[in-house]
Design a protein around this ligand. Structure first.
Ligand SMILES: *[C@@H]1O[C@H](CO)[C@@H](O)[C@H](O)[C@H]1NC(C)=O
Ligand SMILES: *[C@@H]1O[C@H](CO)[C@@H](O)[C@H](O)[C@H]1NC(C)=O
Ligand SMILES: *[C@@H]1O[C@H](CO)[C@@H](O)[C@H](O)[C@H]1NC(C)=O
Ligand SMILES: *[C@@H]1O[C@H](CO)[C@@H](O)[C@H](O)[C@H]1NC(C)=O
Ligand SMILES: *[C@@H]1O[C@H](CO)[C@@H](O)[C@H](O)[C@H]1NC(C)=O
Ligand SMILES: *[C@@H]1O[C@H](CO)[C@@H](O)[C@H](O)[C@H]1NC(C)=O
Length: 462
């Protein structure tokens, strides 16, 4: 985004050509067609066309191609679809469409990767299984028909292009499971066709969608692993069924959502990272978050959420980032959360709230000057850098309606949660694509997937 287009362009072009020259020319990428629920495990951007010299098109320009010119029927059909799409590309600053010539789609076309669908022979059934236009800056209004017509496609990754138009209904694409349209020019309401039952990965961040997010996003994507909707203009209350989604990574940050975080969130047992930050959420912080044993990142900072911080959050043994800064929270900072900071895993950011007291472990952390507990700009007596007494007085007088519950699901539980899931420890997340901008908002540089989604570049995946 801040990067000069020229530098980016040459980088990507080299990327497309050099990587491919290291690899065999045919279909050697690891995408699993129809694979679901196994994590985000695609070798994006790996493999691909061999360097082709643009001046020597491999097809005889005189004759129109026949099915027999191609390795498979699928590839012949895809050839026609690609040539149709090529005509709709009105801007191609990196010149990738110049490689879309001739019969060798799998070997020579930049952005196209082949594999046979399940049940097909890997030679005579070879098909276009993946399209990766990440960072290619192509302009087209017709990407929808293109994706729809590539009927064997499983993955469509088009981060940072200039695509506009409609998200297609992919009812004739039985293998399709990853849709990345992040950082494009999509507008209008949430695209209903983006809710396709087999999707595992849905990335619509950095577009200008507005209006409500339909509840179907959470109830009709039964295989969803990651849903990124951040940096749009979505508004309205969060659907109350949010917690019934099977997602592991959910980002709703930087929109205009209102209302409370739904208490159904307690059902989202797969959740590893969730970002609600920088919306206009209000209401009380739900106790039920304390049931999400696998949770690693919970960030609802920069909202108008109020109430006490429930004791139940102290049960979240895998939590690494609990960020609730810039809200209207009050009461006591739970001792159990400070213990999680003390034992070294948790980063607890509660600055710019109205907390008034701390437990003993919290005090120890303050005295140590431990930066993992941040309670600046609250109303805690004797702690440095708090709000003015006027501010605190003003807030104290306001009526408080949130219930206070000391219910702590892990207290008295016989089986301690010992399974340790850590997004950053167990899954090294290496960016394979050039990362524009690097660190995300607030200067956090991390391998967390959802924080990685806060800039416009592709989400790091392994
Ligand atoms: C792609 O689909 C559209 C509409 O569904 C159709 O009109 C068009 O002919 C198709 N193009 C190719 C090349 O298959
Ligand atoms: C594809 O076919 C080759 C031989 O034609 C075989 O060695 C290879 O194991 C096959 N790969 C898959 C994934 O079926
Ligand atoms: C994006 O597309 C619009 C038209 O759809 C065009 O006016 C604009 O110049 C394109 N932007 C870039 C960066 O190519
Ligand atoms: C979903 O996947 C199954 C096979 O895994 C396939 O039979 C079905 O057609 C797919 N559904 C859609 C809408 O593509
Ligand atoms: C919060 O979101 C608004 C608009 O959605 C954006 O303009 C602003 O920069 C964001 N703030 C931060 C701190 O990211
Ligand atoms: C904790 O979060 C703060 C604010 O987001 C950040 O500056 C700091 O680097 C984080 N510390 C760790 C250890 O992650």
């Amino acid at each position: 985004m801040g990067t000069s287009p020229l530098i980016l362009t040459s980088f990507l072009l080299i990327h497309c050509l050099t990587l491919s020259s290291l690899l065999p020319t045919s279909s050697s990428i690891q995408i699993s067609l129809g694979g679901k629920g196994t994590g985000i495990s695609i070798g994006i951007g790996i493999g691909g066309p061999s360097p082709s010299s643009p001046s020597s098109p491999s097809s005889p320009s005189s004759s129109t191609p026949k099915p027999s010119d191609f390795q498979s029927c699928f590839l012949y059909k895809s050839y026609l679809v690609i040539q149709e799409f090529k005509k709709t590309v009105t801007c191609d600053p990196q010149g990738i469409t110049k490689t879309w010539n001739g019969f060798d789609i799998c070997g020579k076309y930049c952005g196209f990767y082949c594999e046979a669908p399940p049940g097909y022979d890997n030679k005579t059934g070879l098909a276009v299984a993946s399209v990766d236009f990440n960072g290619n800056a192509l302009t087209s209004e017709k990407f929808g028909v293109f994706v729809k017509n590539l009927t064997e496609l499983a993955l469509f990754h088009a981060n940072s292009n200039n695509f506009s138009g409609y998200v297609p209904f992919l009812n004739n694409n039985p293998y399709f499971y990853e849709l990345d349209l992040s950082n494009n020019k999509l507008k209008g309401p949430f695209p209903p066709n983006a809710i396709q039952p087999n999707l595992t990965f849905l990335d619509l961040r950095f577009n200008t969608h507005y209006g409500c997010v339909p509840p179907d996003v959470f109830s009709k994507l039964p295989f969803a692993i990651a849903i990124f909707l951040n940096n749009n203009k979505f508004s309205g209350d969060l659907p109350s069924n949010l917690g019934y989604s099977p997602v592991q990574y959910l980002s709703l940050a930087n929109n205009f959502f209102t209302g409370p975080i739904p208490s159904s969130i307690g059902h989202a047992k797969n959740l590893l990272e969730v970002l609600f930050l920088n919306n206009t959420l209000s209401g009380c912080l739900p106790n039920e978050v304390g049931l999400l044993k696998k949770l690693v990142v919970f960030d609802a900072s920069l909202n108008y959420i109020t109430g006490p911080l429930p004791y139940s959050y102290g049960c979240l043994k895998n939590l690494e980032q609990l960020v609730l800064a810039h809200n209207l929270l009050y009461g006591e900072v739970p001792e159990d959360l400070c213990k999680l900071v003390y034992t070294g895993k948790l980063n607890l950011s509660l600055s710019y709230n109205y907390f008034t007291s701390l437990g003993p472990t919290c005090w120890t952390l303050i005295k140590q000057g431990n930066k993992r507990l941040d309670v600046r700009k609250n109303c805690i007596p004797w702690v440095p850098d708090q709000r003015s007494s006027e501010d605190c007085w003003w807030f104290a007088k306001k009526p408080k309606t949130c219930p206070w519950s000391s219910y702590t699901p892990c207290w008295g539980a016989s089986s301690e949660n010992t399974d340790s899931v850590s997004a950053s420890d167990s899954e090294p997340v290496e960016a394979k694509m050039p990362v524009k901008g690097g660190a995300s908002r607030l200067g956090r540089k991390s391998g967390y997937r959802t924080y990685g989604a806060l800039d416009g570049s592709p989400v790091p995946r392994n």
